[in-house]
Design a protein around this ligand. Sequence first.
Ligand code: NI
Length: 252
Amino acid sequence: MFIDTHCHLSLEDYDDIDLIVSENLDSGVSKMIVSACTKESIVESLRFAKKYDCVYLTIGYHPSEVLTITDEALLTLEDFLLQEPKVVGIGEIGLDYHYGKENRKEQLVLFEKQLALAEKHRLPVVIHSRDALSDTIELLKKYPDVQGIMHCFSGSLETAKIFIKMGFYLGIGGVITFKNSRLSEVVQQLGLEYLVLETDSPYLTPQPYRGKKNSSKYLPLIAQRIADVCQVDLEQVAKVTSENASKLFDLK
Ligand code: NI
């Protein structure tokens, strides 16, 4: 049994959501935590969460949305956080200076407002941080009670240890299966204790399917790579990463 802690689910990407969900369950992925991070995808994903037992959500506003998010949109987000039982966290939120460096100031404001929501409602966060490591760390330090996942972690061992010390798990996805990735060495040194699994589907498809559209059904390939790297059984990877995810998101 695996838990995909970060995927996206939309009719824009998949023609048949029933089929995607049943394929995921067949491959051993018992829970999918959909990251709904635009106004539109939050509304759409809430429908899926109501329809499918295995679908949970984190909701929040992605840094790429920064120029469209008003205070009213943040109030709507807070309403959903309070009212929707399958919303288990806030995300993905964070900073992206790769694509949005010109909006750096606005991104920092939006990120901080959502961290404050996480603190207020005691909810875990899923963090997107691209080319923005030091600002991410500085801002998270202001919210020491907020825990969560560093989504798509691919940093150094030193960076991993900083986030772990701050109460974060590392989201490990398809990148670990890529030949040129140094993530395997970091994971080997860390062990399983602070890892959770994620696909970030439909993006970042693991090998040997890189180039195809990703879905949670490929999660076991990521888990197998971690098992090989850490020299443990696949079942052990499933067990520890699922326990980590269940604990963080308080999943039953
Ligand atoms: Ni994502």
